[in-house]
Design a protein around this ligand. Structure first.
Ligand SMILES: [Zn+2]
Length: 141
């Protein structure tokens, strides 16, 4: 039984003051309500407001952060994959052009590996930015 400090066992029937622990009125022996409307802030029962604040205020893993992390990692890895593709394209074109030099009718291929590397750098940078933003979101709570 909790004891409210404001209205300690005031009888609902006769209004007589009773000790907080009293179950029945000392004057008219009417049954007393255990806790007469606790004025102080209820810690445990809380309200719907405090519950919503607690759940929406500090989420463990905000969805936006998870999405940013996933996309950041994907772009980061994608940039590295593009580097690999560019390297292999470069090697292929170079060996083709080397063979081509010995054939006068052959026109050498242009090497697109530079452009692929550029795209890879851009994708990698975007991925890193997303990861940084995700980190900022995580810290800014
Ligand atoms: Zn009474």
């Amino acid at each position: 039984m909790m004891a409210g400090p404001m209205a300690p066992g005031v009888c609902p029937r006769c209004g007589g003051p009773n000790p907080r622990s009293a179950a029945f009125c000392q004057f008219c022996s009417a049954p007393l309500p255990g806790v007469p409307s606790p004025e102080p802030v209820p810690v445990r029962p809380g309200g719907p407001d405090s519950f919503q604040l607690a759940t929406s205020g500090q989420p463990e893993y905000p969805v936006a952060r998870v999405v940013l992390l996933i996309f950041g990692i994907l772009l980061f890895v994608g940039g590295l994959v593009l580097f690999g593709i560019a390297a292999s394209v470069h090697q292929t074109v170079q060996s083709f052009n080397q063979a081509c030099m010995q054939n006068p009718t052959c026109t050498p291929e242009s090497d697109p590996s530079g452009a692929i590397t550029g795209v890879g750098v851009a994708v990698l940078i975007i991925g890193i930015i997303l990861l940084i933003v995700a980190g900022i979101l995580y810290r800014g709570d």
